[in-house]
Design a protein around this ligand. Structure first.
Ligand SMILES: [Zn+2]
Length: 497
């Protein structure tokens, strides 16, 4: 018998179809008379003996359930091991089994053999050519009998809120899902995707490409790197991932560094936010990595020589309270997430702003973080400008002058530089900086080169159309030197690195 599972241009169901292919391939290893193929628009399954097929598939579903959905965890108080559902999974708990272990309400997970038999029976039953046929809300195909109605467990974009008619964006009466889409949708929870728990909510990141073959190739590249036995995060230590963009940054570093991905994969991430409360009204956002940022990451990682962009750059940035000499962790985590977002969304202006110290808070950059920041600046901005590299020294040294002036006066000049809207305003701030510099005493100008401001002025005049870019560069170097000048060695004691 031959069955086809067609893609339907829905990221959840299509990933579910690709995941079915992964399961079918596993079954093939045990039963050579079962064969599956993946094509850009469908997965084809051939088998002789449905019982043999369902028996093996039931075993796999059982394994996946404990590996991906109901994981074993030690109770923090009693130390007793128990099975808990990962927090983002939108399948309800069922009643406990005879051994007192948690189960899932969906029967396909509690009794896979019987339920798979029922589902495949329905799938292999041809629709009668009558008007009573139903149309699947996901794939649009006709079918004669449903396994069950659509609900969040099989299709998470469904919502229970009555005012929305039960299904987001659809009228009340449409809740039909065909047995094939049910199967793909309910098993998608056991697929390979990224997840990250954040206390009040969780994120799941589902990759998508319209071509199922390409989607499959991409998922095969990263499958082995995921740590799915961790309840909270499967791409590294949970406490070291600060939000959705830092998770993606960490993951792209894996793809480039470990999976040796050379080209930006043609993938759109569908990021599902699942609130950690009773009504699971979810939200879906998309993220697509830009080729330019992928290139910057790849080149920079290639230059790191054993260091990592995530561990040595992002985790080497801190916020410290001016008076207390103490790391402010909440702000630090927000800062690291913000920097990741600005970088991944290719927003250098926003990236620069994150390095400006504010409200009596210092920004601390560890040595490695500073070195990597410079590599990012060069690979991301400088190369693109096409200005000879020796001129970068002028900007760097001018940043040092501005930092010195700010340290001995206040940060207002830096804030003014950040706010300039025209090149005239820019020149006016530069003149103010020059005046303030002259009033510094000899002791404070020992390590800076006051003459460099003259070079900076000729540089900006020569490349006046790029004055905003040059201002951004000047600003981030000023921030970097302010951070160096504010950083005191005794700060190290508290860094917890
Ligand atoms: Zn369907």
């Amino acid at each position: 018998m031959e069955l086809e599972f067609k893609k339907c241009n829905d990221f959840w169901i299509d990933n579910g179809v690709e995941n079915l292919y992964k399961i079918f391939r596993k079954i093939e290893k045990y039963h050579p008379d079962i064969e599956s193929k993946i094509k850009p628009d469908k997965v084809i399954l051939q088998f002789e003996d449905i019982n043999k097929f369902v028996d093996k598939m039931a075993e796999i579903v059982e394994e996946l359930k404990y590996e991906r959905l109901l994981i074993e965890e030690k109770d923090k108080k009693t130390g007793v091991k128990k099975r808990v559902k990962k927090d983002y999974i939108l399948i309800q708990y069922g009643s406990k089994d005879s051994k007192g272990v948690n189960t899932l309400k969906e029967k396909i997970y509690t009794n896979p053999k019987d339920e798979l038999n029922k589902i495949f029976n329905l799938i292999t039953t041809k629709p009668k050519s009558s008007k009573s046929n139903k149309v699947c809300l996901c794939c649009g195909e006709e079918f004669s009998k449903e396994y069950q109605n659509m609900k969040q467990a099989s299709y998470p974009m469904t919502t229970k809120i009555k005012s929305l008619g039960g299904i987001r964006g659809n009228a009340e009466n449409y809740k039909e899902i065909c047995p094939k889409c049910y199967l793909a949708g309910i098993l998608e929870w056991a697929d390979d995707y990224l997840y990250k728990y954040l206390g009040d909510k969780s994120y799941i990141f589902i990759p998508y490409n319209f071509n199922l073959v390409k989607l499959n190739e991409f998922k095969d590249k990263y499958r082995i790197f995921l740590n799915n036995s961790n309840r909270y995060c499967n791409i590294g230590e949970n406490r070291e991932i600060y939000g959705k963009y830092s998770a993606l940054l960490k993951f792209y570093e894996y793809l480039i560094d470990n999976a040796k991905l050379n080209e930006n994969p043609n993938i759109v991430w569908h990021i599902i936010t699942v609130p950690n409360k009773d009504i699971k009204n979810i939200k879906v956002d998309k993220f697509e990595m830009m080729g330019e940022i992928f290139r910057v990451m790849k080149v920079t990682i290639g230059e790191l020589d054993g260091d990592s962009l995530y561990g040595d750059f992002l985790n080497g940035i801190y916020i410290k309270e001016e008076r207390k000499n103490k790391i402010e962790w909440e702000g630090t985590n927000e800062l690291r997430e913000g920097i990741s977002e600005a970088f991944l969304t290719n927003n250098f202006r926003k990236f620069v702003k994150y390095f400006i110290p504010k409200n009596k808070h210092y920004i601390i950059l560890h040595n490695d973080a500073r070195k990597i920041l410079e590599k990012i600046i060069i690979n991301w901005r400088w190369i693109k400008l096409g200005i000879p590299k020796e001129h970068l020294e002028t900007i760097k040294k001018s940043g040092n002058v501005i930092a010195e002036v700010c340290i001995h006066n206040n940060l207002n000049l830096l804030y003014k530089l950040d706010k300039v809207r025209t090149s005239e305003e820019f020149w006016s701030v530069m003149r103010e900086i020059s005046r303030k510099m002259i009033s510094l005493d000899a002791e404070n100008t020992k390590y800076i080169n006051p003459m460099v401001l003259g070079d900076l002025i000729s540089l900006v005049k020569e490349y006046e159309k790029d004055w905003k870019e040059l201002r951004d560069l000047l600003e981030i170097y000023s921030c970097m030197y302010i951070s160096i000048k504010q950083y005191k060695p005794e700060d190290n004691n508290n860094d917890n690195k």
